[in-house]
Design a protein around this ligand. Structure first.
Ligand code: FRU
Length: 465
């Protein structure tokens, strides 16, 4: 253990214990979403099953509620709903990761946990840090117990990447497939084109670049946090592209991959993963039941969150509810909350009739089967409006006090909307349309206490969670 790690190992638990009372007193603290003990959270990292538990790591800034130098925070769960915080797994404590232990993934083999991540290094100097002056290293941490790190090393430096790239090469997702190991890495070329590098290895340590996945025309200048996975015979590439025209600061979506991603292949149409205000950098993993589960960050980089009320309580951001991914029609994905959420439902459901308003616990699960136009109002400030004529659903903030500069987000469905599910926690709404063909995720800050929910155009069934 080096001196920096010794200091950080003492400091992080100290700031966590000093901030605990304030964080826990926050009425907007979530009840069943993974959130940081204190400070800042962004991307999900290293999602996996190890030793019979779900492990989630997260980009964690314990010292700065608006970001700061990134660590890998750690939490475990047996039901994907209750998350037990564990001590930080990775600290920025080596020359190859000293300015941030950035995003990455986990590979589990027996009792070995391999954590691949990006070591962020900013060399001192007058750089713009795009083409020069920055190290984005692929690093490997090995754990024999899923709780502590036995070794850390740097596997790839910028010089090891293919020619023609900027310093922005990051977020390794590693998986085993057909007897070999593969890594996908997000990259930005010198021409400001976003792409994904595919690397291959036989020993988990030495990696060769074998392919590059991208669109024929430039689609954004950088693709962050790639994920490559197969559902029922169809491969998908999920990425968070920066620099595309989209509803949020940055985009987040997926392409169906046609052909062999190790060689000749093409990417299909880009589909937005989530049409809400707050969704980015999702990652997926397969659990012991063979389910592919995806978790996203319910936040957005470089968005103005200065007014988020949780900041005054010393914490910011959370993950989404874990979602089951399944293959949809025509190269699409379906995303639905994992069934573990249903186990939280109250025994009795309330029927909310067309035109009625009811006062609900902020933790609720509402389902409806509309036959045409409908509207749903939550906390008298957030509206979901569906118009059958153009199969379009709009999520909008009508109360300026809640909006904090937010206006509206919309999604056009490929079929008329026949199912709606709204999952509310104390400061978030996740809205699933047509069995997860479209999703809106957003944070919101209703006045403390129960929230008024009104539906028109259809009846709804509501459980408290
Ligand atoms: C995406 C991202 C990643 C990076 C991490 C740093 O939100 O920018 O590309 O690894 O966050 O926290």
């Amino acid at each position: 253990m080096n001196a920096l790690q010794r200091d950080l190992k003492k400091l992080v638990p100290l700031v966590e214990s000093l901030g605990k009372a304030d964080v826990e007193a926050d009425p907007y603290r979530q009840q069943f979403h993974l959130q940081p003990p204190v400070g800042w959270l962004n991307d999900p990292n290293g999602l996996c099953v190890y030793g019979g538990q779900y492990h989630a790591f997260f980009q964690y800034g314990p010292f700065d509620v608006t970001g700061g130098v990134k660590h890998w925070g750690h939490a475990v769960s047996t039901d994907l709903m209750h998350w037990e915080p564990l001590p930080v797994m990775l600290y920025p404590d080596e020359p190859f990761d000293c300015h941030g232990v950035y995003s990455g993934s986990a590979l589990i083999e027996g009792t070995e946990m391999y954590l691949y991540y990006t070591g962020n290094v900013k060399h001192p100097g007058d750089y713009d840090y795009i083409k020069q002056g920055r190290g984005h290293n692929v690093c490997l941490a090995v754990s024999h117990d899923g709780k502590t790190v036995a070794s850390k090393q740097c596997l790839l430096y910028n010089k090891d990447y293919p020619a023609g790239l900027t310093c922005h090469v990051r977020d390794p997702k590693v998986f085993a497939y057909e007897g070999k190991y593969y890594m996908v890495l997000g990259a930005r070329t010198l021409e400001d084109k976003g792409e994904v590098l595919v690397l291959e290895s036989t020993d988990k340590l030495h990696w060769n670049h074998i392919n590059t996945l991208t669109t024929p025309e430039t689609f954004g200048y950088m693709w962050e946090c790639p994920d490559l996975f197969c559902l029922d015979g169809q491969w998908y590439l999920a990425v968070s592209p920066q620099g595309i025209a989209c509803q949020n600061v940055y985009g987040c979506g997926y392409f169906a991959v046609y052909g062999d991603w190790r060689g000749e292949c093409t990417l299909g149409e880009f589909h937005e993963m989530d049409a809400g205000f707050d969704y980015y950098a999702p990652q997926s993993f397969v659990d012991e039941n063979g389910r592919r589960i995806q978790i996203g960050w319910m936040g957005m980089p470089d968005a103005d969150y200065g007014n988020a009320p949780t900041v005054a309580h010393g914490w910011q951001h959370c993950f989404t509810v874990p979602r089951l991914l399944t293959k949809g029609p025509g190269g699409t994905l379906l995303q639905t909350p994992v069934p573990e959420l249903d186990a939280r439902r109250s025994a009795a459901a309330l029927t909310l009739r067309n035109g009625e308003e009811a006062s609900l616990s902020p933790c609720f699960d509402l389902t409806a089967a509309p036959a045409g136009d409908f509207a749903l109002t939550v906390a008298r400030g957030v509206e979901l409006v569906y118009t059958e004529q153009d199969s379009t659903c709009v999520l909008q903030f009508t109360d300026p006090a809640q909006a904090s500069g937010r206006t509206q987000r919309r999604t056009k469905l490929s079929a008329p909307c026949r199912s709606v599910r709204v999952v509310g926690d104390r400061s978030s709404l996740e809205i699933f349309l047509n069995d997860g063909a479209a999703v809106f995720s957003t944070r919101y800050y209703p006045a403390a206490g129960d929230v008024a929910v009104k539906i028109s155009g259809t009846d709804a069934l509501v459980y408290s969670l």
